[in-house]
Structures are given as structure tokens and as C-alpha cells.
Design a protein. Structure first.
Length: 405
């Protein structure tokens, strides 16, 4: 009884029960109406028979009184037996059904059978609903306890269990991702605050010195120039940080086209002429024109410029070579220098956000260019490798699958 009540707590099961009960009542009502109709039809048939018999008696010469008396008088057993003996040869007897007797018996029996069938269907339907809802309750319990739903003979229930399990895994993945993103944001803000603290400290120190006592104009100008470098460092840090944040968030809409790699590297080298001269580094572009790659030209040029700039800043009095290698499958763009090189301990850190070998205030590097370059290359389905040896130099390889040659 308790299981039946739990099953009827579900709207679909209650709806099924009420439909079956309504059909049962409708069947009984229809049978009763049909019985009344058949009973009336039988009475009409008997009355028409009597009227026709009166007419035939009149045709045989009976008077109206005689015909009416024969039809309306009560029949004796002897008369009934005589009539049965006469009409038995024509298929009639006292037990021959006529009118409502047969109608009541046949239709009442069929009505009871239909009602019984509906009640059986009701019981079977409720049992089916009870089984289905038990499986759903079992599935709910497994989900609540974080357990995997066992296989079921019901395909839909199995699909529901698999969908629930996939949703649970997706939710767990989203929770993990959100946690990682929160940690990433915390690390990002920590790194940013650490980077911006140095130039801000320089600005405050210079301002305190300038405010403390009068000094010659030339000496004041020196402090103001150092302040300008600090402000430039802060501006560069903010600009590059926003750019990296867009890349990390996937908010950059790349526009892919067939770009000439030779022209791209030539543009990057021309932008870095002043930095190379400042560091006494020679930039040698050996990439020939005519080799194309499907990419976002603007952003790939940004990545290549960052990598060449980093090489020039750490190659004092040396050379930075830019050249390419192609085969039927890949295109490799190589930036090689003979500068100071990177130690094995530092190699895993070079693409880390805000990492820089130089921490001086007047350094033009904020430690973002290498990280941004790696993200741009990977967004264009490329890979970046680095090989370096202290005192000999560094080689950076950008590798892309060839789509257009």
C-alpha cells in the first residue's frame, strides 16, 4: 500500500489512474444507455407484432372485439403449449429470445468484461509506473551520493543515467576550471603588483628627494628623467599586461590570411633597429620572400618581434639570425643568437608571465613578451621550442604545419 501511495505521488501515475477510472465509468454508462435503447426497441417490436396480428385476425373475419380479446387476454399454459406445438416446426419456442432479455444478458456481460479489462490495465499500469519511479529514485540516490548508476534494462533510463553522470563530470570540471581561473587571477595580480611596485617605489623616492631640499636644475633634471623612465615602465607594463590578459582570456579575434613570412620578419627587424643598435647587436634576416603561411599576420608579427627583441637585448656585441626551414609538412621559423645564453634552471621559466632575467628599473623588458609570443603561436596551431647554452647563445624555433607553400 505504501508503494502504491508513493507511486501515486507522481502526476503521470495519477493521470493514468484517473484515465482508467474514467474509461471504466464511461464503459458502464455506455452499456446502460445501450441496454435501455435495446429494451425500448424490443418493446416496440412486440407491440408492432400485436398490432399486425390484430390486423390479420380482422382479415380472417374476426370482429374487432374478438381480435382485441384474443390479443389482450392472459394466455393459459394450455394455449402456450398448443402454440409451441404449432410453431415449433418454424423455429419458434417459448425459450426463443426476443427484445431485452437477450440484450441485457449479452451487453451486461460485455460491459463487465470491458470494465474488468480496464481495471487490470490500471493495475498493470500502476505497477509499471511504480517500477519506473523506483528506478528514478534509485538513480537520484546514486547521484546524491556521487555514485555511478549501474546499467539498466531500460534504454531510456540508461541514457538518463549516462547523461546525469556526464553532467556531474562536467560540473566537477567547471568547478575545477573556475578554481584554476581564480588561482590564475590571484597569481596574475600578485605578479603584476610585484612588477609595478619597483617603478612606483622609484617614483616615490625621487619625489621625496626632489621635495626634501633645493638642488641645482641639472640635478633636478636627472631625477625627472629617472621619473620618466619609471612612468614609461609602468605604461609599458599596463599595456602589455592588458594584451596578455586578452590572449589568456581568448578574447582575441584572429583574422587568418596567407602571409609572406619573409616580409613579416623584415618588418619585425626594421622595428627593432634602434634596440639592436643600443645593445650593439646585429640583426640578420635570412628569410626569403615567397614562403607563405596561413596565419593572422598582425599578431604573428607581434610574437616574432617580441622574440627577436628579447634575443637582441641579451646579445651584446653579437648577432641575431632569423631564418626558416621548410619541408612538405612543416614550416619552421628560427631565431638564433650568440648571446649570453640561458641556464638549464632558467629555461623552464622563460615563458612564464612577468619573468625577466633583468630586474633593473631602466630595463625595457617587463617579462611579458615571451609569454605572449608563446600564446600567439599556440593559438595559431603552432609550437615553440627553445634550446640554449650559457655562453654560447639561444635558439628559438617556431614550428607550424604547412597549409600553403
Amino acid at each position: 500500500m505504501g508503494e502504491l501511495i508513493r507511486t501515486l505521488c507522481n502526476r503521470s501515475a495519477r493521470g493514468f489512474m484517473w484515465v482508467c477510472l474514467a474509461l471504466t465509468l464511461l464503459t458502464f454508462g455506455a452499456q446502460a444507455a445501450l441496454h435501455r435503447y435495446e429494451d425500448r426497441s424490443a418493446a416496440i417490436c412486440v407491440n408492432e407484432y400485436r398490432l399486425a396480428l390484430a390486423g390479420r385476425l380482422a382479415e380472417e373475419g374476426f370482429t374487432d372485439e374478438q381480435a382485441a380479446k384474443l390479443i389482450t387476454d392472459d394466455n393459459t399454459p394450455e394455449q402456450i403449449q398448443a402454440g409451441e406445438r404449432i410453431l415449433s416446426g418454424y423455429g419458434y419456442s417459448a425459450d426463443s429470445p426476443i427484445g431485452s432479455e437477450f440484450t441485457f444478458t449479452s451487453h451486461t456481460a460485455s460491459g463487465l468484461a470491458a470494465a474488468a479489462a480496464l481495471l487490470i490495465c490500471l493495475a498493470a499500469g500502476l505497477a509499471f509506473f511504480g517500477s519506473a519511479f523506483r528506478n528514478v529514485r534509485r538513480l537520484t540516490a546514486h547521484i546524491e551520493h556521487g555514485e555511478k548508476m549501474p546499467s539498466s534494462a531500460d534504454l531510456d533510463l540508461t541514457l538518463l543515467a549516462e547523461a546525469a553522470d556526464a553532467l556531474k563530470k562536467q560540473t566537477a570540471h567547471l568547478i575545477t576550471t573556475i578554481g584554476e581561473e581564480k588561482q590564475f587571477l590571484a597569481d596574475y595580480l600578485d605578479d603584476f603588483s610585484h612588477q609595478i611596485k619597483t617603478p612606483c617605489t622609484g617614483l616615490m623616492l625621487n619625489n621625496d628627494i626632489l621635495s626634501s631640499a633645493p638642488m641645482p636644475f641639472d640635478e633636478q633634471l636627472g631625477y625627472l628623467q629617472r621619473d620618466r623612465k619609471c612612468l614609461e615602465k609602468i605604461s609599458l607594463l599596463v599595456r602589455e599586461s592588458l594584451k596578455l590578459a586578452r590572449l589568456d582570456a581568448g578574447a582575441v579575434a584572429y583574422s587568418f590570411e596567407d602571409a609572406d613570412i619573409g616580409e613579416l620578419t623584415a618588418e619585425s627587424v626594421s622595428q627593432l633597429a634602434a634596440i639592436a643598435e643600443e645593445n650593439d647587436a646585429e640583426l640578420i634576416n635570412e628569410v626569403g620572400q615567397g614562403t607563405t603561411l596561413r596565419c593572422d599576420r598582425l599578431w604573428l608579427c607581434e610574437a616574432v618581434t617580441n622574440l627577436i627583441k628579447n634575443a637582441a637585448e641579451h646579445t651584446h656585441g653579437g648577432q641575431v639570425r632569423i631564418y626558416s626551414e621548410c619541408d612538405p609538412i612543416t614550416l619552421r621559423l628560427i631565431i638564433e643568437d650568440n648571446g649570453c645564453g640561458i641556464s638549464e634552471d632558467e629555461l623552464p621559466k622563460v615563458f612564464r608571465r612577468f619573468y625577466s632575467k633583468s630586474r633593473a628599473v631602466n630595463s625595457s623588458s617587463v617579462g611579458i613578451g615571451m609569454s605572449a609570443a608563446k600564446r600567439i603561436v599556440e593559438d595559431m596551431n603552432g609550437r615553440i621550442f627553445i634550446d640554449s647554452e650559457v655562453g654560447k647563445g639561444t635558439k628559438i624555433i617556431l614550428e607550424f604545419l604547412r597549409t600553403v607553400t
